[in-house]
Each structure stands twice: as structure tokens, then as C-alpha cells.
Design a protein around this ligand. Structure first.
Ligand code: SAH
Ligand code: SF4
Ligand code: F3S
Length: 456
């Protein structure tokens, strides 16, 4: 980074970042704060009175752009109330896809930047201040931003995200990601492992490796994700490893074997399938069949019998008939998903499916979504209920909602609360589960009964 930026850093400036979209955006927001820290920007929790606001946007579904413009309207009023000094930046996938339109419709925006240009933010802030006009960067630069981003300044906490792969070459018919994030790119194993060790030194006990197609990661060393996970498992102090989001086509044998071999690789995998109909899977350009997915699920369960699968589903993709939808329902019944996300197909500008014939009527999409979600809710409730009476480690991450309670996550990502002292936050403790709620579990500490702690 240019030393000139660092010189002008004495005054503390307030930075507010609004994050929409996926975990990768959450990670990116943190890195944007890191890259601005040397300029004197420190994060604040409210946009009111901030010196700079970054709106980190998502383009995946629905009226993404409209949502951005309505939020920008609100921020514009704050900017005006502060005499126009607030620097307003729009980042993320809407910025990438519709940057020029943002500047045309919201000329009070100072900076528009796509996800691959965050390392250039300090320079853009300087240019915006000098020029007094808007600055836009939405090209995919030749350099890799990760080579230019500083090490994380603020610790992420007990659970941390680490982006290892970005972009997508798969071009599913419905999806904007290949256009907003660009081509698939892997960070080297060496930089990933170094960052993981830093996160653990800063207090992380769980790391989730992130990527739009995280299991297509191959490093720059020709490794596969399985090998990276084995190396991660060697890091002292790291209790839990997860990775998301995977594509069924990239679930190779070594990755499945890693689930068998590594106790710290959590028994929970988000593996989007989208549909259970081979016809629709082909129309979606997913390049796998429903039976291929069933086979992966079976092999994962052989490798790690307690593994729970989560998935994404789209109902109402163009051409989806009642029989296709029924095939999705059947796949859900066959595989069972303790957790899942399901969406109505939403036509995205510039994607092949948006212009396809046989769009499904909105009312029909609604009906299918409700039918599917009822089944998924049932499966989630059954899974949560099946944990009652079980004893397993919970990683405690903070205080619970009620006095004396602490809260954390099960190996399967369910929120768990128990009575216990706050000094257990940041540690894994054995909990016996006593109750299941729709979205969480309640239990008792086994090794640290709260009574004993109190009288000690
Ligand atoms: N890379 C991941 C997920 C990307 S986006 C994968 O390959 O599956 C997250 C989820 O949003 C997708 O899995 C999909 O279910 C949903 N999604 C993406 N585009 C969509 C669209 N146009 N309409 C509805 N849902 C969509
Ligand atoms: Fe989108 Fe498909 Fe790529 Fe996932 S694999 S990011 S759904 S194009
Ligand atoms: Fe949204 Fe971009 Fe993530 S479109 S889901 S923020 S990759």
C-alpha cells in the first residue's frame, strides 16, 4: 500500500458497512474494513454520522437493484443532513452488474466497486476526495486482490470465515454469480494455511472455508480440497472446520474420505441440488442427475454416518412441470435434509433462463414453494427432535438470551443454549440435549454442571 495513505491517518474516521447476501460478502465486508483501517477508518454500528458508508450488495434474487436504490435513498438523506461529507460506496454483486446504472440514478454515490477490486479501495477513496466526482471500478483486474489485501486487522471472533476460492465457471441457467464474481479462482494453499493460523492465533476455534464453488478449489499447488482440509486439521487449537458452498460435480473421492478421516471436519455439509428432476437439472445446466446426488449422499453417509446434509432448492424454473416438482419432493423424501433453503425461481437479467419459454406462473411457484417448505420443515423438526437425549460437544460463542445462559452451535450448526458460566465461551463443552425447539436446542453441561460452578 502507498505510504501516502498511511500518513494521513491520524484522525479517527467512522466507517459503517451494510452487508447483504452470502457469507462471502460478510467476509469481504471485513476485508474492506481492514483495507481502510490504515486510513484511520474504524467500524461503527450505525450509518448516522458516519464519515463513510459502504453498501455491500447481493444480486442473486428478486428485486435486488430496487432494494439497493431504496436503501441509497435513505443514506442520501443522512449524507445531506451531514452537509454532504459522507463518502457513499456501493460494493458487491449489484455494483458489479449494474454499476453504471447506479451512478446514473444515484449521482450522490461517490464510489462503485465490484468484488474483485476491494484492494483498490484506499486509492479510490483518495480519488473520490480529490475529484469530487464519482469513481467506478468494475473491471476484473489482472492482479489477484488477495495479494494486495492486508492481513486482517480486527479479529473475527470464535467462529471465522476464510475465503479460499471465488468466482464460478459453471453457468447454471438461472444464476448471476459467474457474471458478478467472474471466473473461478483459487488462493494458494500456503496463503490459506497462513491466514487460518492467524485466525486461530486471534481466537478462532472454528473456521469455515468459503467459496462460490469451494470444492472446486485446487490451490495453485494442484491440491484438492480434501488435502487442504487434512492440512487444516493439523493446526493446533482449531477445533472445528467447515466449508461452503459445494457443487455436487466437485465432490471427489478424497474429499469424501476426508469426512471419514477428520474428526474436526464437522458432520454437516451444505450441498445444493436445486431440483430432483433430471429434465430440469439438464435445463439448469447443472451437469449432474438426481441419482448422482443420491449416490453422493449415500457415500458421504458411509464415510461419516452422523453427517447431516443441507441443500438449496429452486421451484418454478422455466419448464418445470408438476411431475418435475414431484421428483424434487421425492428426492427430499429419499435423502432427507435437516436444514435447507428453498426459493422461487427469480428471472435474473442477462441469464439464459430469464429469456426461456415456459415461465411458471407466480401463483404456481408460490404453491410449490409452500408444499416443499412444509416437507423441509417437517424434516428439520424431526432432526432436531432426534437430538434430544444425545450428548455431544457444543462450541460456545456467546451469552444466551436469558440470564446465566450461554449459547453456541452443535456439530450440525443448530443453535444450542445451556446454563453455564461465561468463561466457557470460546470452548467446546459436552452438552446433554434436553429439549428441541423449531430452530434451536436446549441442554445441560455434562462436565460443568451449573450448580457446582455456582457453589465453587
Ligand atoms: N454456488 C452455489 C450457490 C450460489 S447462490 C451453488 O452452486 O449451488 C445460492 C442459491 O441461490 C443457489 O443455490 C440457488 O438455489 C439460489 N438461486 C440462485 N439464483 C437464483 C435465481 N435466479 N432464482 C432463485 N434462486 C436462485
Ligand atoms: Fe451459480 Fe451454478 Fe455457479 Fe452455483 S454453480 S454459483 S448456482 S452458476
Ligand atoms: Fe449475492 Fe453475490 Fe453472494 S449475488 S449470494 S453476494 S456472490
Amino acid at each position: 500500500m502507498d505510504a501516502g495513505y498511511e500518513a494521513a491517518t491520524t484522525a479517527r474516521k467512522r466507517l459503517h458497512v451494510i452487508t447483504w447476501g452470502c457469507q462471502m460478502n460478510v467476509y469481504d465486508s471485513g476485508r474492506m474494513a481492514d483495507v481502510l483501517a490504515p486510513l484511520g477508518y474504524a467500524p461503527v454500528s450505525e450509518p448516522d454520522g458516519a464519515d463513510m458508508v459502504i453498501l455491500n450488495t447481493c444480486h442473486i434474487r428478486d428485486k435486488a437493484a430496487e432494494k439497493v436504490f431504496s436503501e441509497l435513498g435513505r443514506l442520501r438523506r443522512m449524507k445531506e443532513e451531514g452537509g454532504g461529507k459522507m463518502i457513499l460506496a456501493v460494493a458487491g454483486c449489484v455494483a458489479q452488474a449494474e454499476g453504471a446504472e447506479i451512478l446514473a440514478r444515484a449521482p450522490y454515490v461517490d464510489i462503485v466497486l465490484g468484488p474483485q477490486t476491494y484492494h483498490r479501495l484506499p486509492e479510490m477513496v483518495a480519488r473520490a476526495a480529490r475529484a469530487g466526482g464519482a469513481v467506478i471500478e468494475t473491471d476484473f483486474p489482472a492482479e489477484d486482490k488477495f495479494d494486495f489485501l492486508p492481513d486482517a486487522a480486527a479479529p473475527q471472533g470464535i467462529t471465522a470465515f476464510l475465503t479460499i476460492q471465488e468466482g464460478c465457471d459453471k453457468f447454471c441457467s438461472f444464476c448471476v454469480v459467474p457474471y458478478t464474481r467472474g471466473a473461478e479462482q483459487s488462493r494458494s494453499a500456503a496463503t490459506v494455511l497462513a491466514e487460518a493460523k492467524r485466525l486461530v492465533a486471534q481466537g478462532a476455534r472454528e473456521i469455515s472455508l468459503l467459496g462460490q464453488n469451494v470444492n472446486a478449489w485446487h490451490g495453485t499447488e494442484g491440491w484438492g480440497l480434501g488435502r487442504l482440509l487434512r492440512a487444516m486439521a493439523e493446526i493446533p487449537g482449531l477445533k472445528r472446520i467447515r466449508y461452503t458452498t459445494s457443487h455436487p460435480r466437485d465432490m471427489d473421492d478424497d474429499l469424501i474420505a476426508a469426512h471419514r478421516d477428520l474428526p474436526t471436519l464437522m458432520p454437516f455439509l451444505h450441498l445444493p441440488v436445486q431440483s430432483g428432476s433430471d429434465r430440469i437439472l439438464a435445463a439448469m445446466n447443472r451437469k449432474h442427475t438426481a441419482d448422482h446426488f443420491r449416490d453422493i449422499a449415500r457415500r458421504l453417509r458411509e464415510a461419516r454416518p452422523d453427517i447431516a446434509l443441507s441443500s438449496d432448492f429452486i421451484v418454478g424454473h422455466p419448464g418445470e412441470t408438476e411431475a418435475d416438482f414431484e421428483a424434487t419432493m421425492q428426492l427430499v423424501r429419499d435423502v432427507t435434509f435437516p436444514m435447507a433453503y428453498s426459493f422461487k425461481y427469480s428471472p435474473r437479467p442477462g441469464t439464459p433462463a430469464a429469456g426461456a419459454p415456459m415461465q411458471v406462473p407466480e401463483a404456481e411457484k408460490d404453491r410449490r414453494l409452500q408444499t416443499l417448505q412444509a416437507l423441509l420443515r417437517e424434516q428439520q423438526a424431526a432432526f432436531n427432535a432426534s437430538r434430544v437425549g444425545m450428548t455431544f460437544p457444543v462450541l460456545f460463542t456467546g451469552p444466551g438470551r436469558h440470564p446465566g445462559q450461554i449459547a453456541g452451535r452443535s456439530p450440525w450448526l443448530q443453535p444450542v443454549h445451556a446454563m453455564g458460566p461465561t468463561d466457557l465461551i470460546g470452548t467446546e463443552q459436552i452438552v446433554k440435549i434436553a429439549a428441541a425447539h423449531p430452530n434451536s436446542l436446549g441442554g445441560e453441561l455434562v462436565d460443568h454442571p451449573s450448580q457446582e460452578r455456582r457453589s465453587a
